[in-house]
Design a protein around this ligand. Structure first.
Ligand code: TIU
Length: 225
């Protein structure tokens, strides 16, 4: 494709001006512990099927994005094995029987290097695609994401992944404050809670697009052809 072209992608609250050469696909935390049956998310009583419906649409979008030669960045939420970057309050909040750093169904929970912390095989990063390891919910906090985007001339983000109201929303808000325009395809983001999926997206596009734009992957795919 001609990456210098500009396309209007149908979106809410109004069409999104897509500059392919300046737009990265940012896939948030599609990790085994959040998405796979038997993982940490399900162990906490969550319905992982609410997240798993995003895998197919993300695969299609990622394949088209790669075929168009555009930039892809992945994130993972997790901590150092020595827990030095884990706020003590994050460790104990929720009072669950098992928490971050404890042995879980797929290795130590949300610890870098463990199987459950890694990205699901369906969306596994290819060589050359940066993977941002983040200790918080937002992808900009305590990471080099902003520097990587600036060095690559990126001004726009298509943000996908999980969960809609937590790490996706936090990252979109952080990006907005740093001057990036964000487009969120609703079928490529998921929440364990249907209400939060709906309201998490409404909060992004309200007030004339206070944090960004919302669309679906079917509206983006033709712009990548
Ligand atoms: N990636 C992300 O959203 N982390 C979370 O902990 N999400 C929850 O919804 N718990």
């Amino acid at each position: 494709m001609d990456t210098s072209s500009v396309t209007a992608i149908s979106a809410e609250p109004y069409p999104f001006e897509f500059f392919p050469a300046k737009c990265a696909l940012l896939i948030i935390d599609m990790q085994r512990d959040f998405l796979e049956p038997g993982g940490f998310g399900e162990m906490l009583g969550n319905d992982v099927s609410q997240l798993r419906r995003t895998i197919g649409p993300n695969q299609a979008l990622l394949a088209a994005w790669r075929a168009a030669g555009l930039q892809v960045i992945h994130t993972r939420e997790g901590h150092r094995p020595d827990l030095a970057d884990l706020p003590p309050e994050k460790k104990v909040r929720g009072k669950s029987e098992k928490s971050i750093g404890d042995p879980g169904p797929m290795g130590r929970i949300l610890i870098r290097g463990e199987a459950g912390h890694d990205i699901i095989p369906e969306l596994y990063p290819e060589p050359g695609e940066p993977v941002i390891d983040k200790p918080g919910k937002g992808a900009f906090f305590a990471t080099d994401l902003h520097a990587i985007l600036q060095n690559r001339g990126i001004t726009q983000l298509v943000v996908t992944g999980v969960t809609t109201e937590v790490c996706v929303n936090t990252t979109v808000r952080e990006a907005n404050d740093r001057g990036y325009n964000c487009l969120v395809p609703s079928d490529c983001v998921g929440s364990y809670f249907p209400d939060f999926q709906e309201w998490g997206l409404k909060m992004i596009k309200a007030q004339g697009g206070i944090f960004g734009w919302v669309t679906d992957s079917a509206a983006i795919l033709p712009a990548l052809a």
